[in-house]
Design a protein around this ligand. Structure first.
Ligand code: PEP
Ligand code: MG
Length: 618
């Protein structure tokens, strides 16, 4: 019997997962030319790749049947049928003939077919969406001679140098039981999606994990921060029991109130139908952040109307008339797709520089979200002009669609925008605070750093900026929510409630746990707690008060009056308008020298399991 091998990593999404090791390695460099582009392929090669996958799956089904594994054999039979389906093959062949990249053509066709299936009301048919994606992935593997093994028919743990958040979504309903990434940390998007899906994940893992043998049984235990390959029988049995106990914990809450009776709207963050189902089942009142860029992190061109519809329809179709806050593409940071990697502008700037890309997305959002309580959210906003550009495009798209324009809000996640929130408030219908980017900018940390984590939003420099945003929202009578991962952090959540936040959007799998903590929170105590933390930084509060450029607390204005006023008001962003790259450098006007030590802040914090780990890294 093989001895167990243990690999350590940082726990970035809690849980216990059991399954076979699966690497599903991407293509080696040989498949790419000197410029990093893949070699062009012909339509016949695309056909041959699908035929190879069909033959491979048929042979595997035979083997499984021979071993008496009839149930698994029938699942693999379906994959063989999918791989031979002209509805999947023909559009990919056509796209390649029109000059598209082979991998992009197959992936996008697979994605479109998968999305159609996922939208079907029949649960069993909807489940086949994952099979279509796997077949497409395998065809890409054959096309470039990479021999990417399809995921096992049984449960599996994905192990990659860099886990792609899109892979987590693609594989979520296909047996994925956990993920291990050598790169990244708690604030990378793969970790965020893993938490949303309720999948255990380790990041910053020992690189030797990449040599673990595919197909071997493994336990991913984030309590211990380790992956155990070939565990001993008693350890496996104990992990099976612990994993079942973990899964039984979720309860649903239709209405969420604090201990002293204040109503809190709890929404979920999603990028897929799987997360949306999970969030709604956990009691979320709707979607507070739909990250639309995640399914396109491997895109070879701007997503077009049909690409957006294929992604949005299965998600928004689940919501009925619930809230749906759909964010525009945020191709920045660790989410820049291949077609954007050599561009000088990323993120919102790139989108606004491509009016067709913006129009396609807005049209798709309006169409797919027609039945929902729809809002559009703009990421990484730095200037009021950016908001005005989107508002004009949204009005035009709504007019073409014969619909009323939905509410338009902004992510407040750039320090200068938070600091100048009062100048943005009249231009928008709501604020949504992105603590992930805000915290990393204010603290001068890269989001990929292993030390960056949601609990760091409890830093008084971050809280003081959030307080400023909340004040600006209240002054202008617009709603303000927090959708960054700090909203689900047990240390930060009461501080946000204490600051007056009453709408939170959290990773879908976190909804029941956050609802429980809200119900245990007393607002008076939370206010005292946050005053104490912010009070640790009195010179910072004074600096911000002195900087207030707008009169304090004017009478609330109607949205229309406010918008009219906005055309004359201009913000004084500390960054050049249109700058878009996420920098590890703190660009905030807040002087970091005034910050107390994390150790002293930790002492002012409530007893919480995160405090020790958080303050010990100071
Ligand atoms: C954030 O920055 O807090 C946020 C919610 O956006 P994202 O994590 O997608 O960058
Ligand atoms: Mg962000």
């Amino acid at each position: 019997m093989t001895a167990p091998t243990r690999y350590r990593g940082q726990s970035v999404s809690e849980g216990i997962g059991l399954g076979e090791v699966y690497h599903g390695d991407p293509e080696p460099d040989g498949a790419r030319g000197p410029m990093g582009f893949r070699r062009p392929v012909t339509g016949d090669e695309v056909r041959a790749a699908f035929a190879a996958v069909a033959a491979d799956r048929a042979a595997l089904a035979e083997q499984l049947r021979g071993r008496g594994q009839h149930e698994q054999a029938s699942i693999v039979d379906i994959a063989a049928l999918i791989a031979a389906d002209p509805a999947l093959i023909a559009p990919a062949v056509e796209a390649v003939r029109d000059g598209a990249d082979g991998a992009a053509a197959i992936q996008q066709t697979g994605e479109a077919q998968a999305a159609l299936l996922a939208a079907l009301p029949d649960h069993d048919l909807a489940q086949r969406a994952g099979d279509v994606r796997q077949v497409a992935q395998a065809a890409v593997g054959y096309l470039y001679g990479t021999g990417v093994a399809p995921p096992p028919a049984a449960k599996f743990i994905l192990i990659r140098r860099e886990v792609d958040p899109a892979d987590l979504i693609r594989l979520a309903e296909a047996g994925l039981a956990g993920a291990v990434s050598v790169g990244g940390g708690a604030s990378s998007h793969a970790a965020i999606i893993a938490r949303g899906l309720g999948l255990p994940m380790l990041a910053g893992a020992d690189p030797s994990v990449l040599s673990s043998e595919e197909g071997h049984q493994a336990i991913l235990d984030t309590r211990e921060g380790e992956l155990i390959v070939d565990p001993a029988e008693p350890e496996l049995a104990a992990a099976q029991i612990a994993s079942k106990a973990n899964q039984a914990q979720g309860t649903t809450h239709s209405e969420v109130r604090t201990d002293d009776g204040q109503l809190v709207t709890l929404l979920c963050n999603v990028a897929s139908a799987a997360e949306t189902r999970l969030g709604l089942a956990g009691g979320a009142a709707g979607v507070g952040l739909l990250r639309t860029e995640i399914p396109f992190t491997q895109a070879m061109r701007w997503p077009q109307l049909t690409d957006h519809l294929a992604q949005l329809t299965p998600v928004l179709g689940l919501l009925g008339d619930r809230s749906a806050v759909v964010r525009l593409l945020d191709f920045s940071g660790d989410k820049v797709p291949p077609f954007q990697r050599s561009a000088t502008e990323h993120g919102l700037t790139a989108l606004l520089n491509n009016p067709k890309a913006l129009r396609d997305q807005l049209t798709a959002i309006l169409r797919a979200g027609r039945a929902t309580r729809l809002s559009v959210l703009v990421p990484m906003v730095r200037s009021v002009e950016e908001v005005a550009t989107v508002r004009t495009a949204l009005a035009a798209a709504a007019k073409d669609a014969g619909q009323e324009p939905p509410k338009l809000g902004i992510m407040v996640e750039v320090a200068s925008t938070a600091s100048n929130a009062a100048a943005f408030a009249p231009a928008v219908d709501f604020f949504s605070i992105g603590t992930n980017d805000l915290t990393s900018e204010v603290l001068g940390l890269s989001r990929q750093d292993q030390g960056t984590r949601p609990a760091l939003a409890a830093d008084p420099r971050v809280l003081t900026l959030i307080q400023r945003v909340v004040e600006a929202a209240h002054d202008t009578n617009i709603t303000v929510s927090v959708c960054g991962d700090a909203a689900a952090d047990p240390l930060v959540l009461p501080l946000l409630l204490g600051l007056g936040i009453r709408t939170l959007s959290v990773g879908a799998a976190r909804v029941p746990q956050v609802a429980r903590q809200i119900a245990e929170t007393d607002i008076t105590a939370a206010k005292a707690k946050v005053a104490k933390v912010i009070g640790l930084c009195p010179s910072l509060s004074a600096q911000l008060s002195a900087e207030r450029t707008t009169p304090p607390r004017p009478a609330p204005r109607s949205r229309d009056t406010a918008r009219l006023a906005m055309s004359t008001s201009r913000t004084s962003s500390s960054r050049a308008s249109g700058a878009s790259s996420r920098s590890a450098e703190p660009t905030t006007p807040i002087a970091p020298a005034t910050t107390p030590s994390l150790a002293s802040m930790g002492a002012a914090m409530p007893a919480s399991p995160t405090v020790a780990s958080w303050s010990s890294t100071a």
